[in-house]
Design a protein around this ligand. Structure first.
Ligand code: NI
Length: 169
């Protein structure tokens, strides 16, 4: 396993649409392991393959006190409700913004063994799922803002606004 440096804005790889994984082979397992290690090293709660420079549809998530989640070729099949919440991204260090997202989502994906899985998320998990699936479509949370003026430096966050430590993904 290896820690891979996380790509940050304005690296063009972050705007590319990732390819579907056709075969879950040893190279994909290595990618997943490296992504998990890189996410943990960055204290992130989620990471998408383009953030380590690989344009494949692979996502890892690790919420505090929860099991690791590995999603290959994930797709949102259902969205309900709407909620605005503070969001940060490991690829946009130092900033956060309020982003409107679906309140709940259902995601279909393959797990690391290639088995089809369905996952329902709400609260932080719903937000991380939408954020990471955006990443594999070449979309960043700032693309959902009307203006980059909505970005705020992390230091300006009010304590009640953010999880502690701030969840970034
Ligand atoms: Ni991100």
């Amino acid at each position: 396993m290896a820690i891979i440096p996380i790509r940050t804005m304005p690296d063009p790889v972050l705007s590319q649409k990732s390819r579907r994984v056709k075969n879950i082979d040893g190279s994909i397992h290595r990618l997943v392991d490296d992504m998990l290690e890189s996410m943990h090293a960055a204290s992130g709660v989620g990471l998408a393959a383009p953030q380590v420079g690989i344009t494949m549809r692979v996502v890892v998530i690790q919420l505090p006190e929860e099991e690791e989640i590995v999603l290959i070729n994930p797709q949102i099949v259902r969205r309900t409700g709407e909620i605005v919440g503070v969001e940060g991204c490991l690829s946009i260090p130092g900033y956060v913004a309020d982003v409107r997202r679906a309140a709940k989502v259902t995601v279909k994906a393959l797990d690391r063994d290639g088995k089809e899985t369905r996952l329902k998320g709400e609260d932080l998990l719903a937000r991380v799922l939408q954020h990471e699936i955006d990443h594999i479509n070449g979309v960043l949370y700032i693309d959902h803002l009307d203006s980059l003026d909505e970005l705020r430096p992390v230091e300006m966050l009010q304590p009640e606004e953010a999880s502690d430590p701030l969840a970034e993904y």
